[in-house]
Design a protein around this ligand. Structure first.
Ligand code: FAD
Length: 458
């Protein structure tokens, strides 16, 4: 038995350690096609924070790389295994430890699935807003580590806006608490915020304390059909210019709707090139005013048809189609997911730029977007059996990142850098800022064993 396995077995119950290559294969990569991955030496699926800490200490003693993992729904290769590493999968730490209605907070283990937290909060008349389209599978630990966004973030913010405190196993093997559970708190540097979005490179999150909001009013939905993506982009800018903050503003193009329809037989597809879905959760007259203003903005931007849906089932079906777009396309072949984010006023220009990149590099690109945030997900589809397809898609991927930066945007709005966007990070950040980030990494992970090669390196 290797020194690593001897260490792990001396510290942990056998049932949390897996070395079967077939089983480990299921923990070797996330949802990013062609991001490289290796086979771990072991997968540890701890049940307690102390077992996470014991695993980190065993890795420190043997100089073994550690890859933290939630549900593996990431789209940038962040959870991909390195050959010979230990994958710490937090999926079995899935207990909701506390929902406190008075303080409006919840304390959860990192493997709790986003939808499970939302359901537990709802039972107390409360609401946990961050709702990535992967909310049915992705974990709170993964959401925090990627600072996940989602559909209602256009009005309510991203995961980091809700994280009050964390428990973390650090790169030195300590188990520490960061942050607070009070409404305010400014004791020292905000290390909680530093952990948010750190993609497993600064520590392994073993507990999360999040802020909750009161449950909100029922939403009204507006659907608009557009003759082009660019016209839909103009409508998004018009909604912002009208002073409306919708509770959702999502874009789905025709390719995505057709793929979902072919899979789920939804009957939702149209002659239009793009569907915009707007929502408002303002109540009473204000809600009515916001919904009719959104309809007007859609029409003035060139919608061929815009309507408030009065049927909640129909509205939910439209949003379900938005959520299913990526898996529906993944059924047809590998999909490389872009994630650039631009200022809202630049959305139409960015959509046009994506169209040009598709043409120039002969790559089929479908698009979904958290349009109200200016956060686009061009989905680059690889034709099976086309040997040059990967190279051409990579060129389009790079061109889209460069275009977003030129428009004052960022290379990643919510999926993170992982493996796929390391060069994008170098394109976006000043070398002096990259050095500051490296210095933080060295301070918190002096042996460089936490998710090495991800985000900053390579
Ligand atoms: C269909 C689909 C829709 C999606 N929609 C959205 C969306 O709307 N918004 C959005 O933001 N993302 C979206 N994603 C991407 C993905 O779901 C999110 O990035 C999610 O937050 C990842 O959670 P996970 O539990 O799957 O983490 P993983 O994929 O397992 O890991 C992601 C990263 O976090 C690190 N990590 C995981 N757990 C821990 C932990 N406990 N401690 C330290 N580091 C950890 C990993 O090392 C890795 O770097 C979508 C993905 C899919 C497949």
């Amino acid at each position: 038995m290797s020194a690593l396995l001897t260490e792990l077995h001396s510290e942990l119950p056998a049932e949390v350690i897996t070395t079967d290559p077939d089983v480990m294969g299921g923990f070797a990569h996330d949802q990013a096609p062609w991001a490289e991955h290796g086979l771990p030496a072991a997968v540890v699926r701890p049940l307690t924070a102390q077992q996470v800490q014991a695993t980190v200490l065993a890795c420190l003693r043997t100089g073994t790389a550690i890859v933290p993992r939630g549900a593996g729904s990431g789209l940038s290769g962040g959870a991909n295994a390195l050959t010979g590493c230990v994958v710490i999968s937090l999926d079995r730490m899935d207990r909701i430890l506390e929902v406190d209605p008075l303080e409006r907070l919840a304390v959860v283990q990192p493997g709790v699935v986003n939808d499970a937290l939302r359901a537990a909060a709802a039972a107390h008349g409360l609401w946990y807003p961050p709702d990535p389209a992967s909310s049915a599978w992705s974990t709170l630990g993964g959401n925090v580590a990627t600072n996940a966004g989602g559909v209602c973030c256009v009005k309510y913010g991203v995961t980091g806006d809700y994280v009050l405190g964390l428990q973390v196993a650090t790169g030195t093997g300590a188990l520490v608490r960061l942050g607070r559970r009070t409404a305010k708190g400014v004791a020292g540097l905000d290390l909680t915020a530093l952990m948010v979005g750190s993609e497993g490179t600064l520590g392994v999150i073993t507990e999360v304390t999040v802020r909750l909001r009161p449950a909100r009013a029922a939403e009204r939905t507006v659907a608009g059909f557009f003759p082009s993506l660019v016209a839909a982009g103009r409508a998004v800018a018009a909604v912002a210019a009208a002073g409306i903050t919708p509770s959702a503003l999502e874009l789905v193009d025709r390719r995505c709707l057709d793929a979902v329809d072919a899979w789920k037989n939804t009957g939702i597809s149209s002659e239009a090139e793009a569907l915009l879905l707007g929502r408002t959760d303002a109540s009473g007259l204000e809600g009515e005013h916001e919904a009719s203003t959104i309809v007007l903005c859609f029409e003035q931007a060139g919608a061929t048809f815009a309507v408030q849906t009065s049927d909640p089932d129909e509205a939910d079906a439209l949003f379900a189609a938005r959520r299913l777009a990526l898996p529906a396309l993944q059924r047809l072949g590998p999909v490389l997911t872009e994630d650039v984010c631009v200022p809202k006023a630049q959305l139409a220009t960015m959509l046009a730029l994506v169209g040009r990149a598709a043409e120039r590099h002969d790559t089929t690109i479908a698009t979904i977007a958290h349009a109200g945030d200016g956060n686009l997900h061009p989905l680059l589809l690889l034709r099976p059996g086309d040997p040059g397809a990967t190279q051409r898609a990579q060129a389009a991927f790079d061109e889209i990142m460069a275009g977003a930066l030129e428009l004052g945007g960022t290379v990643t709005g919510e999926h993170g850098i992982g493996l796929l966007k390391r060069h994008g990070l170098r394109m976006e950040l000043d070398p002096a800022v990259l050095e500051m980030q490296r210095a933080v990494k060295v301070a918190l992970d002096p042996r460089g064993l936490l998710n090495p090669g991800k985000v900053l390196d390579g």
